[in-house]
Design a binder for this molecule. Structure first.
Ligand code: TMP
Length: 210
């Protein structure tokens, strides 16, 4: 089963999914936690290029296509092989990040970006996506608390971030069966509990269907 985690920078998604691997393994599942951009050596190299300060001002299509190129390597070398070996694969970010950040916030258009992703991803679509929904003030507060970790996109202006959020809101409306929303404004323990519950229930359901 393929699960992806999405949200604005500062939404706490990375912290929330860390303990889930152990929990699922204690229930007998093989679990692979991975991330985008990255997850494989070529993809990690592309990540460095995209997030480097020298990439400031990169054309939005260059940015989108680099994320998608990094994704293709990740899928081909990591995600699909692990799924074939029966792993539950959980990726911190995937295709919806490109739709929200480059499609909506950079203005390329969600539909156009998704058209390309559909061709490149070739059917590798998540079975479940969890979206960590966080209000903008809280997202900014959390990002500003760890300035040393800020990347090029974290430093974008408020208008860009509002468009990222709006992009995610559109995706949630368009794919209600695949994308489940968690209120990331809640405390970390509550968020972790809810994430765990959604994932475990989805895996149990998926097991019956397959
Ligand atoms: P991370 O901080 O979650 O590792 O992600 C790195 C940054 O890249 C983050 O600001 C979100 C951004 N991003 C995109 O703009 N498009 C994408 O397709 C992905 C995967 C990430």
């Amino acid at each position: 089963m393929f699960i992806t985690i999405e949200g604005m920078d500062g939404s706490g998604k990375t912290t929330a999914i860390a303990p889930i691997k152990e929990c699922l393994e204690s229930l007998g599942y093989k679990v692979l936690l991975t991330r985008e951009p990255g997850g494989h050596k070529v993809s990690e190299e592309i990540r460095k290029v995209i997030l480097a300060d020298y990439s400031e001002g990169m054309h939005p299509w260059t940015e989108a296509l680099l994320y998608i190129a990094s994704r293709k390597e990740h899928i081909d070398k990591v995600v699909v092989p692990a799924l074939q070996q029966g792993y539950v694969v959980i990726s911190d970010r995937f295709m919806d990040s490109t739709s929200a950040y480059q499609g909506n916030a950079r203005g390329l258009g969600i539909a156009k970006v998704n058209e390309i992703q559909e061709i490149v991803l070739d059917g590798c679509i998540p079975d479940l996506t969890i979206y960590f929904d966080l209000n903008m003030e809280e997202a900014e507060r959390r990002i500003n608390k760890r300035p040393e970790l800020k990347n090029r996109l974290d430093r974008e202006n408020l208008d860009f971030k509002l468009k990222v959020k709006d992009g995610y809101d559109q995706l949630v409306k368009s794919f209600p069966n695949r994308i489940k929303v968690i209120d990331a404004n809640l405390g970390i323990e509550e968020v972790q509990q809810q994430t765990k519950k959604i994932i475990v229930e989805a895996i149990e359901k998926w097991k019956v269907q397959t």
